[in-house]
Design a binder for this molecule. Structure first.
Ligand SMILES: [Zn+2]
Length: 293
């Protein structure tokens, strides 16, 4: 932690206050730098913190955070939703959108609501349209159709470059921290690709498909019905990807705006789903690269 915690906290709060004022004055470029500085400060401090990944310990950490927030007068609905989310996690499940909706925060005063605001902010009168909606991750709207297609084309090529010449033994070798071997990461990419392809078909076959929540992450170490070698797993990923691309490339612009109902994330368009899967993949490339060194 920083040597002078109070100075650090004061600086952070000042940065947020300053950014809001700058936005109010139309100084958007200066405001964006100020917000980036605040975000960087926070991430730099949180990066080395060792939050456990074990479910029970992680649940306890969420409960600890809820307890701390309850003393800071944070919105009770938000804390209830966090509690429900932690209960699902403790049972080894993903929390559905019905239990953990998207929160909306007033950019003016920090008022929180868990339903899309229609009335002005009850505290400061800010218009409903100005609230910030918090999405589960940045992948939903990260990419437009053409950029998403290009990403889906390029990632298998990048993966191939990373694993070229590696033996099965090297790909099967688990890292010392008990994390994924390269083989597991390849399995994960293959699994996610399978879910993407299945959903692309659903969006085209059905008017308003229900998209089941899938804990794809948890399947990576499941070896049932896996091809024998990492190279073969990669090959099934590559072939399936080519097939998905062939379908997507034939879609009209209006097809990309078809809507489905995702158990975990709520209403999503096909474009958001494709963006999600395309933007998700590169987050795993550093994992493979770290094990090839
Ligand atoms: Zn407000």
């Amino acid at each position: 932690m920083p040597t002078d915690k109070t100075q650090w906290t004061d600086t952070l709060i000042h940065l947020f206050a300053l950014a809001s004022r700058l936005e109010g004055e139309g100084q958007y470029n200066l405001a964006k730098l100020t917000r980036a500085a605040a975000d960087s400060l926070c991430r730099r401090e949180t990066h080395p913190l060792d939050i456990p990944s074990d479910t029970d310990k992680l649940t306890a950490q969420v409960q600890q955070a809820i307890e701390a927030l309850s003393h800071l007068n944070v919105n009770a609905d938000l804390l209830s939703a966090m509690t429900r989310g932690a209960e699902f996690m403790a049972q080894g499940k993903l929390s559905p959108i019905t239990a953990t909706p998207h929160p909306y925060v007033c950019r003016g005063c920090g008022y929180v609501t868990l339903s899309p605001p229609v009335e002005p902010c009850p505290t400061c009168g800010a218009f409903a349209e100005t609230f910030q909606r918090f999405m589960p991750n940045y992948w939903f709207d990260a990419l437009q159709p053409e950029a998403a297609l290009e990403c889906l084309r390029q990632t298998p090529l990048a993966v191939e470059k990373l694993i070229v010449g590696l033996s099965d033994e090297a790909m099967n070798q688990s890292p010392s921290d008990g994390g994924w071997a390269i083989r597991n990461t390849l399995s994960h990419l293959r699994d996610a690709q399978g879910v993407l392809d299945f959903r692309v078909d659903l969006f085209i076959k059905e008017a308003h498909p229900i998209l089941e929540s899938k804990a794809v992450f948890a399947w990576a170490k499941n070896e049932a019905e896996r091809p024998p070698s990492g190279r073969d797993i990669f090959e099934t990923y590559r072939v399936s990807r080519a097939e998905t691309l062939r379908k997507l490339e034939s879609f009209a612009p209006s097809d990309w705006e078809r809507v489905g109902e995702h158990e975990e994330f709520g209403t999503v368009t096909l474009r958001q789903q494709v963006s999600y899967f395309a933007a998700h993949e590169p987050t795993h490339l550093s994992q493979i690269r770290a094990l090839t060194r």
